[in-house]
Design a binder for this molecule. Structure first.
Ligand SMILES: Cc1ncc(COP(=O)(O)O)c(C=O)c1O
Length: 400
């Protein structure tokens, strides 16, 4: 019998660090333990009622494909949406995608060939590693540190990472997993770097609008870098509807849009029903996003205050999104998370967080760090933080 094998490309894809503990979670739950989940960015807040109402009112007999460049009223609604943020766009400069995830894949496919390099900042939203493996490209990390608020290094330090194979630089703003927001200076440095070295900028603004102070700014607002810039966007988080699977791919560069449209045609269409249902929200976004941002800000305050009271824990106060990275007084956060799920319990409850190591590319970094997604209401979050405190104390004593 002739041998068959799985492709090296897929073998190179790591299992999602965010979901890898699922078997242990199921076992804990089977033992009657409630697991408070702070591991996945799956919001607990329902979408606005108008979303469901629009779906209920949908009266087409068939559920056909949407046009590959998007349903025209939907794309128009994105154009209107971006106008709120000082971005004047034409419909042909926006393509709705199957979540921000597909927009990332399109952006990498449009800007790179196999063997090319893309600059990223670590810790990094870990799916980028999977997408890079799918595209056969190399992610070159620039390491950021919790101690200095995950600030970007100066321009010269970034330039040192550029080689003849570098094609693009990715920024996630607001950031998952760090919760940071780029300063004007950092944005300008990225723009300069891209122009000096002929790099595309892929700006992932999935958490756009979830900003706790000041106004949302986009790298796409920097006019001089517009031809180089691709905005990857998503309805998942700000409208609390990751299951709707709607994102967008935006660029002022006609060649980029032409290339992306080819990919959009191959995958046929983004979801039809959800494109329709999102129109009212894109038209008046702040009715929903203002309240949601306030809710995440309240949670941020609760979590930072509680974390700072736990001996040996350090964290940086997030300015946006709904994540933070915390340093724990442990040597191996992966082992600690296993302990949470297999040994720890307090009044039949435990918590689940994500070890941060997999958000890094450089081996060995982030071993004593975790990422927390604050996707529970204040009451449950307060209890979750109490559980973290107790479990750390129990972990330090266990096995001694
Ligand atoms: C930074 C970032 N980009 C993109 C995505 C993809 O989200 P979606 O495909 O639901 O839009 C996520 C999801 O967590 C994310 O955190």
């Amino acid at each position: 019998m002739k041998h068959i094998r799985i492709s090296q490309r897929v073998n190179a894809v790591i299992a999602s660090p965010i979901r890898k503990f699922l078997p242990l979670v199921l076992k804990a739950e089977a033992r009657g333990i409630e697991v408070l989940k702070l591991n996945v960015g799956d919001p607990d807040i329902p979408p606005a009622p108008i979303f469901w109402q629009t779906i209920r009112r949908y009266r087409q007999g068939t559920l056909g494909y949407a046009p590959s460049p998007g349903i025209s009223q939907h794309t128009q609604a994105w154009v209107k949406y971006y106008a709120n943020f000082g971005l004047k766009l034409k419909p042909e400069q926006v393509i709705p995608t199957v979540g921000g995830a597909e927009a990332i894949l399109f952006a990498l496919l449009v800007t790179t060939d196999p063997g090319d390099e893309v600059l990223v900042f670590e810790p990094l939203y870990s799916s980028y590693k999977g997408f890079a493996a799918m595209c056969n490209i190399k992610l070159v990390p620039v390491t950021l540190k919790l101690e200095n608020g995950f600030a970007l290094p100066p321009k010269q330090a970034l330039a040192k990472k550029v080689t003849s194979r570098t094609r693009a630089i990715v920024v996630v703003n607001p950031n998952n997993p760090t919760g940071t927001i780029l300063s004007d200076k950092e944005m300008n440095n990225i723009a300069d770097l891209s122009l000096q070295h002929g790099l595309f900028i892929i700006t992932d603004e999935t958490y756009r609008e979830i900003v706790f102070k000041g106004k949302q700014k986009s790298l796409l607002q920097i006019k001089r870098a517009r031809p180089n810039t691709i905005l990857v966007d998503s309805a998942s988080k700000r409208f609390s509807m990751p299951g709707a699977r709607i994102g967008s791919f935006v660029s002022y560069n006609p060649q980029v849009m032409e290339a992306a449209l080819k990919l959009a045609m191959i995958r046929l269409s983004a979801p039809t029903l959800e494109q329709h249902a999102l129109i009212p929200l894109l038209t008046r976004p702040r009715l929903f996003t203002r309240a949601i941002t306030q809710e995440y800000r309240r949670r941020r305050d609760v979590i930072v205050k509680a974390l700072r009271k736990i001996p040996g824990v350090t964290c940086y106060e997030p300015q946006g999104a709904f994540y933070l990275i915390a340093k724990l007084p442990v040597t191996n956060a992966d082992d600690f998370v296993k302990f949470l799920l297999t040994e720890f319990g307090d009044r039949k409850q435990t918590i689940l967080v994500t070890p941060a190591e997999d958000f890094y590319i450089t081996p060995g970094l982030g071993r004593n760090e975790i990422r927390i997604a604050y996707v529970l209401n204040v009451k449950r979050l307060t209890r979750a933080l109490e559980l973290l405190k107790r479990s750390l104390a129990a972990y330090q004593n266990h096995g001694t």
